[in-house]
Write a protein that binds this ligand. Structure first.
Ligand code: PLP
Length: 376
């Protein structure tokens, strides 16, 4: 018996047209720099294979992931574009990196040696991207180590330096002086390598915020993540994101209704009594699906019938309750929009983030695997 679990009354819709639009929009701004689409973390919860294909259709020329497994998923789906794994991986994954034709990031000579021995076993020359820590202090060789690392890679018969790159810590605050400091450290490293005859065909530094805000950071390619999903990298670049369209909606249906008398409260803890008799709609998704529990306290609003309605109490693991007040027009089966648009009203992942003290990235990454994605 085949079972179709996609009929659950809670689902996410991913608008691949919005992804294509956002990629093409940013590509036109950053040209002639290439766009490599960042599809780590299942494309920030949007579906890595589907988003990768849409991004490539829209003009992206490469892809970026965080870990080897994510690259393998893309290759097994038949995607042939370059796939950069953006930090150095455990040495014992080198055969998979090389075997699947993924592009390794190298930040240590030991890491480069692991890639080289896997490459030698296949007889192939593997292009690598060497990453330098210019001030974020997360991943990368120290600037003073870069020459010897790049020389090792350039001098090894099984490796080549396809790119040198770095990553910004505060690109979402374009006026922050650390951006210029990181760029000048980066340029000094590039100059030093160049003076020793190492001129990588590719140089890159920019995430979404830097790609949009800082032409000097674009170099040969930009690594486009959050803006491709139509979400804000941060408040400091809100104006530059005006042309983007959010790709993910989170929807559900009203599964049950009841009238609750004035003074009664709803959900675990019975925390907030309703002021007047109210119609309470139960909606069958909760924190196990990625609705932050905190959203019940704030409270956040969901859309039913094009009207924003507050969450009535604590978000539970599998369900939330929504206060429809005196509105008796709400019925079981009605569409509920948690993230997205209904009529003229919208709620964004960025709104959830603002209400719960986080960023849109964490909201969409947090929409769990239990939520079925529908791509359109
Ligand atoms: C996640 C990531 C990106 C993408 O950042 P956005 O802000 O989502 O555009 C780019 N580069 C690196 C190294 C990353 O880890």
């Amino acid at each position: 018996m085949s079972v179709d679990f996609s009929q659950r009354w809670a689902w996410a819709e991913v608008d691949l047209g919005a992804v294509r639009h956002n990629v093409a929009h940013v590509a036109s701004i950053v040209a002639p720099a290439q766009v490599w689409a960042v599809v780590k973390a299942n494309a920030y919860g949007h579906g890595s294979v589907q988003v990768a294909q849409a991004a490539l259709e829209a003009g992206a020329t490469g892809l970026c992931v965080a870990v080897v497994d994510e690259g393998v998923v893309l290759r097994r789906a038949g995607i042939m574009a370059p796939v950069l794994v953006m930090s150095e991986q455990p040495a014992d994954t080198a055969p998979f990196l090389v075997g699947y034709g993924l592009t390794p990031t190298v930040t240590t000579t030991m890491g480069a040696a692991a890639i080289a021995s896997a490459a030698q076993a296949t007889g192939r020359e593997v292009p690598v991207h060497v990453k330098v820590d210019t001030g974020m202090h997360r991943v990368g060789a120290q600037p003073a180590e870069m020459l010897s690392l790049a020389r090792y890679v350039a001098g090894h018969p099984s490796l080549s330096v396809e790119a040198v790159y770095t990553h910004f810590a505060v690109a979402d605050q374009p006026a922050h002086p650390a951006n210029e400091r990181q760029l000048s450290v980066f340029r000094a490293v590039l100059d030093e390598l160049s003076s020793h005859g190492i001129n990588p065909p590719l140089v890159h530094a920019a995430n979404s915020a830097a790609a949009l805000a800082n032409p000097a950071a674009r170099f040969g390619l930009v690594r486009l993540g959050i803006a491709m999903y139509g979400l804000l990298p941060g408040e400091g670049v809100r104006d530059l994101c005006a042309g983007l369209r959010p790709a993910m909606s989170l929807k559900a249906r009203v599964s049950a209704l009841r009238w609750v008398p004035a003074g009664d409260a709803v959900s675990y803890g019975l925390r907030r009594p309703v002021e007047k008799e109210s119609l309470i709609a139960t909606v069958p998704l909760g924190y196990a699906d990625g609705v932050p529990r905190r959203l019940g306290d704030v409270p956040g609003h969901v859309l039913i019938g094009g009207v924003p309605r507050p969450i009535a109490g604590t978000v539970t693991m599998d369900q939330i309750m929504v206060d429809c007040g005196a509105d008796s027009s709400v019925s079981v089966g009605d569409e509920v929009v948690l993230i997205g648009a209904q009529g003229d009203a919208t709620v964004g992942a960025d709104d959830w983030a603002a209400l719960t003290g986080t960023i849109g990235y964490e909201i969409t990454c947090g929409i769990s695997a239990r939520i079925h994605r529908r791509w359109a």
